[in-house]
Design a protein around this ligand. Structure first.
Ligand SMILES: *[C@@H]1O[C@H](CO)[C@@H](O)[C@H](O)[C@H]1NC(C)=O
Ligand SMILES: *[C@@H]1O[C@H](CO)[C@@H](O)[C@H](O)[C@H]1NC(C)=O
Length: 301
């Protein structure tokens, strides 16, 4: 027995490298999505994902449940706004005095832990960088220290067209199943996995107080045609009190319902210039309403 177990690694290793790769059988919960390009999937997104609190008096919150709970609900794009707090990069809402979501590295560590126990999931991270914080000195170390860098997809060319993206199955099989976008001051020549959002994604306006969610292209770059962009709808309904805009959890059941989300996506199809649904549906209070069902519907399920 001892002899055999000593021999086994020698026998197994050469065959293992020649054997066909194990294929993912379920991708983001559906076998059908394994063969679908990342650019042709609609993902549920969480706006200000770090700004969660179950305290109704925390007016700067945009979510009620924590990151693992959001992911368990079906969120596959996590959006967050960064600010320096002393020497550390934090996620904060407008300012760290208003809502401090803690260190970015700690947030990424939580996400990495979830990914380690959910191995057939592709996840997108969309971070804002309003203070133009250093990519090499601050952002990359946060990704590296959390262990998430190993999972991040680096595109072969930039900008990637919507139709250029690999399938979810390929991403899961290769282990590169996290896509990272930054709204401003990204520079792939410095950090190759932090991708310039608006070269590849256009967005509808943010801060709607109109519950009919009219569609229009608000932010984009001219890096490629609209048809070659993916796009994100900011599907949250804000309450305007004088000059102050806050998100309104009272409306979220309706806003995050199937009817409201599908209607908003339908309105945007003609703007896509290639007749496609949004890639990302960005929501407040992801635990309210029925967004997972809406996104499933947009994906054809
Ligand atoms: C739409 O939402 C995203 C994510 O919060 C944000 O980066 C963007 O600024 C919003 N759009 C506008 C026009 O504010
Ligand atoms: C995926 O492709 C189908 C067929 O062309 C289209 O109806 C759908 O809107 C696309 N979804 C996205 C997110 O591109």
């Amino acid at each position: 027995m001892l002899g055999l177990s000593a021999l086994l690694p020698l026998l197994v290793v050469p065959f293992a490298s020649a054997a066909p790769k194990s294929r993912a059988t379920t991708c983001n919960g559906h076998a059908e999505l394994c063969d679908r390009s990342y650019g042709n999937v609609t993902f549920m997104g969480s706006h200000d994902s770090f700004a969660y609190s179950d305290d109704p008096l925390a007016l700067a919150r945009d979510q009620e449940v924590d990151i693992p709970s959001q992911l368990d609900l079906g969120v596959r794009l996590l959006q967050a706004q960064s600010h320096m707090n002393g020497d550390d990069l934090h996620f904060c809402h407008t300012s760290c005095i208003l809502f401090d979501g803690g260190k970015v590295v700690d947030y990424l560590t939580v996400v990495k832990t979830w990914l380690d126990s959910n191995t057939e999931e592709v996840l997108t991270l969309l971070f804002t960088n309003p203070e133009a914080v250093s990519l090499t000195d601050v952002w990359k170390p946060a990704f590296d220290d959390s262990g998430i860098s190993d999972l991040v997809y680096v595109p072969p060319n930039l900008p990637m067209k919507q139709s250029d993206w690999p399938t979810l199955g390929d991403m899961i099989d290769s282990g590169k199943r996290v896509v990272v976008f930054m709204d401003a001051d990204s520079d792939p020549s410095q950090v190759d996995f932090i991708l310039p959002e608006f070269d590849m994604i256009w967005e509808t306006p943010y801060g709607y107080t109109d519950d009919s969610f009219p569609c229009s292209i608000d932010r984009t770059s001219n890096a490629q045609s609209t048809a070659d962009h993916m796009y994100m709808i900011n599907h949250s309904l804000n309450l305007k009190i004088g000059d102050i805009t806050i998100s309104d959890p009272g409306e979220a059941d309706t806003t995050n319902g199937v009817d409201s989300i599908v209607a908003a996506a339908d309105k945007c199809v003609s703007y896509s210039e290639d007749n496609t649904y949004p890639s990302f549906v960005l929501l407040d209070f992801v635990n309210l309403g029925d967004a997972k069902a809406a996104v499933d519907k947009l994906n054809g399920f």
